[in-house]
Design a protein around this ligand. Structure first.
Ligand code: CU
Length: 157
């Protein structure tokens, strides 16, 4: 009986550590493109790295700053670049990074409730199939933030 009790505690601990292991999504370069006042949409971009061992999926997004937030992709239809909503969301494979970036997949803030002006912060909640909700702060900018890759490393001597 005692053994049974101990093993159920152990099982609970394993479940808890499993939940912690799901917490392995890393977000970088989160930004929303500044729009003119009264713009009907704004594009949101972020790199998502899944450092975990199980595949996940971005299934929806929302923000207080907009009526709704959709997950879009850009696709060529003949000669024309078109946007469509990814109603099934976007896969984030284990051990890989996916980039929401201009000209590719992106978040679309529909009917912004406020001016989206340079320098502002916009909080967007990203919902993942396994990891659940993640709250990510996006900076409003005119263009993609520069990463500092390579600047302070690898000097030749
Ligand atoms: Cu779009």
């Amino acid at each position: 009986m005692l053994f049974r009790f101990l093993s159920s505690i152990l099982f609970a601990l394993l479940l808890a550590s499993g939940a912690a292991a799901a917490d392995s999504l890393v977000f970088s370069n989160a930004w929303v493109r500044a729009t003119p006042p009264n713009a009907k949409v704004a594009g949101g971009f972020v790199a998502i790295r899944n450092a975990g061992k199980s595949a996940d999926r971005l299934i929806s997004a929302s923000s207080d700053a907009a009526e709704r937030v959709e997950i879009h992709e850009m696709k060529m239809a003949g000669d024309v670049m078109q946007m469509r909503q990814l109603t099934e969301g976007m896969a984030v494979p284990a051990g890989q990074s996916v980039a929401l970036e201009p000209g590719a997949s992106h978040l679309m803030l529909i009917a912004p409730k406020q001016a989206i002006a340079e320098g502002q912060k916009i909080t967007i909640t990203l919902v993942f199939a396994k990891a659940g909700k993640r709250i990510v702060e996006f900076t409003v900018a005119r263009q993609a933030p520069q990463t500092d890759a390579g600047m302070s490393h690898d000097h030749m001597h």
